[in-house]
Ligand binder design. Sequence first.
Ligand SMILES: NC(=O)c1ccc[n+]([C@@H]2O[C@H](COP(=O)([O-])OP(=O)(O)OC[C@H]3O[C@@H](n4cnc5c(N)ncnc54)[C@H](O)[C@@H]3O)[C@@H](O)[C@H]2O)c1
Ligand SMILES: O=c1ccn([C@@H]2O[C@H](COP(=O)(O)OP(=O)(O)O[C@H]3O[C@H](CO)[C@@H](O)[C@H](O)[C@H]3O)[C@@H](O)[C@H]2O)c(=O)[nH]1
Length: 432
Amino acid sequence: MFARRIVVVGTGYVGLTTGACLASLGHRVVCSDINAEKVAQLSRGEVRIHEPGLAELVQEGIAAGRLEFVLGSAGAVADAEVVFLCVPTPMGSGGGADLAVVESVAREVREVLPAGCVLVTKSTVPVGTSARLRELVGRPDVAVVSNPEFLREGSAVHDFLNPDRIVVGSDTQDAAERVAALYARLGAPTVLTDAASAEMVKYAANCFLATKLSYVNAIAELCERLGADITDVTEGMGYDRRIGQAFLQPGPGWGGSCLPKDTAALLQVADAVSFDFPLLQATISSNERQRERMVDKVVEACGGSPVGVRIGLLGLTFKAGTDDLRDSPALEVARLLAARGAELVAFDPGLRGDEAELPSGLTLVDDPYQAAKGAAALVLLTEWQEFRTLDWTRVAQELDGPVVVDTRNHLDPDVLRRAGLSWRGVGRTPVG
Ligand SMILES: NC(=O)c1ccc[n+]([C@@H]2O[C@H](COP(=O)([O-])OP(=O)(O)OC[C@H]3O[C@@H](n4cnc5c(N)ncnc54)[C@H](O)[C@@H]3O)[C@@H](O)[C@H]2O)c1
Ligand SMILES: O=c1ccn([C@@H]2O[C@H](COP(=O)(O)OP(=O)(O)O[C@H]3O[C@H](CO)[C@@H](O)[C@H](O)[C@H]3O)[C@@H](O)[C@H]2O)c(=O)[nH]1
């Protein structure tokens, strides 16, 4: 496999990981972005997102002369063999994927793409987008390929370099094979298909994961009502290889930059072809209910009313191991509590304190004990490993009430009980 001249458009979680990892596989990569400050930082090897191993790969790529960062895409693509679009496709009004950025980049580069170049959508885009881009680009000498990305935030580099599979779809077989060849060294199973099917794989996978989680959260609620223990139930389910242990952890609802927008987008796509999809609709509405259910648990722990009550929060990001607050269930629970009049004090080890998205009525503090100080209840919302090993006797001394609501079943109830605290989890019998 010869090194390819690759351009990656967009240097977010997906684009930067893609660029740095492809450079580490030996390709020559130029990453472009419209954010001048980001381009300047990345050119100096400074990575501002929390992704293990990413800064090192970026610095190695720059030092080896295989990775560079530029402002704007038109200049970058002039001698590209493959151009990856890794730009945002956020939820638009009405729930569908907003393709404005994808299309604007396609317009920006269409006249300068060299003949024989392949334009690849790595952004998550609805079925039909490749066909639409082919028309928009209007160049018979430029192929369009769908190559959805499946990495998770917090383990982006690991996931990219150790993928469960590579999916490449195009109505131009030769172009699909050229894109698949870029990943040859990874030795992953590769699904070569048409563009529509590749686009569909991404939504089908994310919506399946979301449905699995909504199902588990519903079973957890049922366990609570029937006196069963969700931890034992999911362990018993997960040994069945057809089910598997992954994605069986109940929580405050699923969130993040992908599952919420992708479930909404598939629902909209289904609607557009008059396909009634009550299963996916229920997956989404159960998730909204799950967040409200967590709020009810917290309110109960505070004695029935949160008005003017100080509540400590542990974790705000949408899961542990990331600094991303996009569509975070923790943040939504915080917003709902603030709207009901609670005074919130939160600690999250992944946040720097300059985040714009924090709800009003919430104060971010520098350590977990400050979050507990004077609070009527403490609520764990994100499963950061370090929360397990807090000095729970000290936490109990700081708190003004005895209850810890653990929305992730992350803590050891016996440790809390020994510290004189009461533990309230999800789908499990309360302790203390
Ligand atoms: N975050 C994930 O875990 C993940 C995983 C798989 C797929 N995806 C999909 O990948 C796509 C990108 O997601 P992300 O999380 O990396 O987004 P992001 O918001 O982290 O990054 C997007 C980047 O694109 C840049 N950008 C915006 N407009 C641009 C333009 N016109 N030209 C050049 N650059 C531009 C932004 O400045 C930003 O750096 C989305 O479609 C998302 O659904 C995300
Ligand atoms: O057992 C579990 C697993 C996850 N979650 C929650 O589910 C959400 C999503 O988690 P995860 O899938 O790990 O996060 P992402 O990094 O958003 O990754 C998802 O979305 C990406 C963007 O499309 C895809 O590439 C990944 O394959 C897909 O897992 C988070 O709120 C998690 O806390 C649970 O509550 N219980």
